[in-house]
Unconditional design. Structure first.
Length: 151
């Protein structure tokens, strides 16, 4: 008789512990879902901005390179005084364009990766959130089993 009493008390204790931990909290999933939606939005903006900066940097490099080519052509023709007006300001255009091209490319690649990760996590947490809305759950606020449906 004592073993049956001990087993029933142990079973009751296990049910109480299961009841406390059995209910999934959808608030955590909603917060995570919002976090990843913001990540996707920010990554999309950064990716497009990086592409614009990359294009601008590429154009600047091409312009700088054309002026440097003009300088080289004038130097080959033996006109160094005319060639000097093509080298100074355009050299900076070439350097700044290269820096913008590099920065834009790096930003676009990293943001594109974050965009993909965020989309994958959104799908994952949307499934988890949908799973919390339907099924059988032990509810710590009431006695017994709760049946929940997703509407």
């Amino acid at each position: 008789m004592k073993t049956i009493l001990k087993l029933s008390l142990t079973l009751a204790l296990l049910l109480c512990v299961t009841a406390v931990n059995g209910q999934k909290d959808s608030t955590l999933y909603k917060v995570k879902l919002m976090k990843f939606e913001n990540q996707v939005k920010n990554s999309r903006i950064a990716t497009y901005s990086g592409l614009v900066v990359t294009i601008g940097g590429g154009i600047s490099v091409l312009i700088g390179r054309s002026y440097l080519k003009k300088h080289d052509d004038l130097m080959d023709e033996g006109k160094p005084e005319e060639a000097e007006k093509y080298i100074h300001p355009e050299r900076y255009s070439y350097i700044i364009g290269g820096a913008l091209l590099s920065a834009g490319t790096i930003t676009s690649v990293i943001s594109g990766i974050n965009w993909g990760v965020g989309k994958r996590k959104i799908k994952e947490y949307q499934i988890r959130l949908d799973d919390t809305k339907s099924g059988f759950y032990y509810n710590p606020k009431s006695i017994g089993v709760t049946l929940a449906f997703k509407f």
